[in-house]
Structures are given as structure tokens and as C-alpha cells.
Design a binder for this molecule. Structure first.
Ligand code: C5J
Length: 223
């Protein structure tokens, strides 16, 4: 059976046994990607993030083909905002704050239309949907236990935004001992130069946060 992924990556080759590998798609939710959501209220060009959707869908289809554990995260808060620190809600000058009513329902609130994963990446049965109140996927979630139960040792990442929730999650995972690979085309930022800088940072110093690679290397890398 085909169960090993070997890719040319930066800063060097990355290999993993797919039985111990999970795909983690960070925050591919309408709030960040579609017009009218939280991302746009912060003054961002959401079109930048649209570029990651098709590659992320191809990566997700690949992971399903090989039976990987798939984790979809959402940045979200309880309706009473009890898990949203005032420091987060009050930061900056957005036209809508977390919990305010917007065109897609209450901003970043669990269960609201804007909080849903985009149609192109809808989770299917057996996949994990993880609500996270922070930027990182481990803070105040059960992710570590979910991964431990499945003996996961390697994580493949995609999602948005590269330098915020993706990088924070990779750093948290790296500190917990996971080998992490970020797929370049499957991630995006509102600021293209932040994405590029993040890719450089991850692979610098011998892979201080992990590895980065091209989508094609993953799609053709199983043997
Ligand atoms: C941000 C995220 N950028 N998912 N969230 O606020 O990266």
C-alpha cells in the first residue's frame, strides 16, 4: 500500500507516514474569505485569500484519497462572548467588532452564517471541526488530545491567514513536537509580502518552525 509521503521541501526533504499524519486546514471560513465578513471589516482585500481556495480543495481531496485525518478549524466565539477577551474584541478600529451583527450574521460567533467553512471545503463525516477562540489551534481547544488519540506525529497545513492563525498554529504544534509542513499555494494572507516572509521564517535556521513545499510535490509525492 502507498503510505509514505516524500517531498522536496524547504529547508530540506520532508517525509512522513500518512497513517500518522493529519491535514489541518486553518480557518477557511466565510468571515475571512468572502466579502462582507470580518476580514473585510478590518479593511482587508479578501480577494487575496480567494487564491488559496482551489489549491486547498485539491489538497483536501488528496488527503481524503489517502485517508488522512482531516481537521478543519474555525476562529469563533461563544454567543455570549465568554471566550473572547476584551483585549481581542476592543483592538483596533474595525467597522464591526466580534459579536456585532454584520451581513453574514454575528461576526466570528459560532453557528452564524459567516462562521461556516466555505462551500468549496465543506467538511465530511469523520473529519474534525474545531472551534478555536484564539489565533492558534491548540489554545483552549482539544486538538492535542485528538491528535494523540490518533497517534498523529506529522501535520500538513493549509489555510488562512499565513502569518496569523496558520503560523501561530504551526508554532504551537512545533513546540508540542509535531513535524509540520506548510503547503505554499494552499495558504494566503491579505498581505502577500507577509505570506512570503512567513514562508521564509518557517524554513529558516534549519526549519525552525517546520517545512514549506509546493502543492504539486504533495500531490505527486506518495509511494
Ligand atoms: C486572523 C486568521 N487573521 N484566521 N485570523 O485574524 O488568521
Amino acid at each position: 500500500t502507498l503510505m509514505t509521503l516524500r517531498v522536496r521541501a524547504r529547508p530540506g526533504p520532508f517525509a512522513c507516514d500518512l497513517r500518522n499524519t493529519a491535514l489541518v486546514l486553518i480557518d477557511m471560513q466565510r468571515d475571512f474569505i468572502e466579502p462582507g465578513g470580518f476580514g473585510e471589516t478590518l479593511g482587508n482585500d479578501v480577494g487575496q485569500l480567494a487564491q488559496a481556495v482551489e489549491p486547498a480543495a485539491r489538497l483536501l481531496a488528496w488527503a481524503r484519497t489517502y485517508g488522512l485525518l482531516v481537521v478543519h478549524t474555525r476562529e469563533s466565539h461563544a454567543p455570549d462572548l465568554s471566550d473572547c477577551p476584551p483585549a481581542k474584541r476592543c483592538r483596533g478600529e474595525p467597522s464591526l467588532r466580534i459579536g456585532d451583527m454584520g451581513p453574514m450574521g454575528r461576526v466570528l460567533v459560532r453557528g452564524e452564517p459567516g462562521n461556516a467553512i466555505i462551500d468549496a471545503l465543506q467538511p465530511i463525516a469523520g473529519e474534525v471541526e474545531l472551534d478555536k477562540p484564539g489565533k492558534g489551534a491548540f489554545y483552549d481547544t482539544g486538538l492535542q488530545e485528538i491528535l494523540q488519540r490518533r497517534a498523529i506525529t506529522h501535520l500538513i497545513f493549509g489555510g488562512v491567514t499565513t502569518e496569523v492563525c496558520v503560523q501561530t498554529s504551526m508554532r504551537e504544534a512545533n513546540d508540542r513536537g509535531y513535524d509540520c509542513l506548510l503547503v505554499e499555494e494552499a495558504t494566503a494572507s491579505y498581505f502577500p509580502y507577509f505570506k512570503q516572509a512567513t514562508l521564509e521564517m518557517i524554513a529558516a535556521q534549519g526549519g525552525i518552525v517546520g517545512w514549506t513545499c509546493k502543492l504539486d510535490a504533495v500531490l505527486r509525492g506518495v509511494s
